[in-house]
Design a protein around this ligand. Structure first.
Ligand code: ADP
Length: 291
């Protein structure tokens, strides 16, 4: 098979692992920067031009679209879809997953447990917003932040007010969320391939940090998920139509709660923590599903 990994950086761990496992299984694998692709739209014959050639021989793509290039990256993925090329995640699903509010709305409709969340256009009445999520402390999150940047813990009403004012001044859209104290600065990441959990880890923030992101200095350990956690992870992936994704959850006193679903999950942390060959799982998923 001709497999293309859409990635801006050929040196990234995940990109390299997918290349390596794809080649090991006898495929031709290429890493292509989506930003260097020209999308050619004309009647009946959608094509993509890259460097000096047309990408008309591709059987499957693995999108690794970073948050900063969502628009263009998704346009390239969509073009491959128009050319009937198999993709492990669709452009629509990637786009949807990039918007925390849009994703939470879908997940809530699917009956999935989540921290109580409020989205307000202009929070004049901060007290009311805070009451909606059960009082301080609250979490305030930028709608399009990643890697823990733009996630703030406001311990008092005054702090919440200032943070909301600051974000409003910058015209940044935010959600206000109930703070799950019982999570104790940890979260769970389940890696989903083909709609199933293929590996899971618990990430713990460094001392004094409520955010458990590995990019913020957190550490990860392999964990066996409970039945409700497995169920929540699988249902969330299904609700967002992401057969391959990373599902982040918080452990709370009322059971697991969804945090977010990542359509381009990193493989380094999860492969290191679990010792599992997740890259190979992704390649065999393509082999089973691309017809
Ligand atoms: P990002 O997409 O930037 O990683 P997240 O929503 O995943 O943003 O939040 C980053 C981290 O902050 C999470 O991994 C979790 O540890 C912590 N966190 C986020 N929301 C809450 C919450 N409502 N209650 C407690 N901790 C939270």
């Amino acid at each position: 098979m001709n497999i293309v990994i859409l990635s801006r950086n050929a040196n990234l761990y995940s990109t390299n692992r997918l290349l390596e496992e794809g080649e090991k299984r006898g495929h031709q694998v290429e890493i292509i920067d989506p930003l260097k692709c020209d999308i050619i739209i004309e009647q009946e014959k959608p094509t993509i031009f890259y460097k000096d050639r047309y990408l008309d021989y591709v059987d499957a793509i693995i999108p690794r679209i970073g948050a900063s290039i969502t628009f263009y990256g998704c346009a390239v993925v969509r073009q491959f879809e128009m050319m009937n090329v198999f993709t492990i995640v669709t452009s629509d699903a990637i786009q949807r997953s990039r918007d925390k509010l849009r994703s939470l709305q879908r997940l809530s409709k699917a009956g999935i447990g989540m921290p109580k969340t409020v989205f307000t256009n202009y929070s004049r009445d901060v007290e009311e917003v805070i009451d909606h999520v059960g009082g301080v402390p609250v979490i305030i999150k930028l709608l399009e932040g990643t890697q823990g940047l733009g996630v703030v813990l406001a311990e008092t009403k005054n702090a919440a007010e200032s943070v909301l004012e600051a974000f409003n001044g910058l015209e940044a859209r935010v959600i206000v969320q109930e703070f799950i104290d019982e999570a104790k600065g940890a979260d769970l990441r389940a890696l989903i391939v083909d709609g199933q959990v293929v590996g899971a880890m618990k990430r713990q923030g460094k001392e004094g940090e409520f955010r458990s992101n590995l990019h913020r200095g957190g550490s990860a350990n392999v964990i066996k998920l409970s039945e409700p956690e497995l169920k929540l992870a699988i249902q969330s992936a299904r609700a967002l139509k992401l057969p391959v994704c990373g599902v982040d959850m918080l452990q709370s006193s009322r059971g697991p709660l969804i945090l977010e679903v990542n359509s381009t999950p990193g493989l380094e942390g999860i492969e290191a923590a679990t010792g599992k060959n997740i890259a190979k799982n992704i390649i065999t998923y393509i082999e089973r599903n691309r017809h």
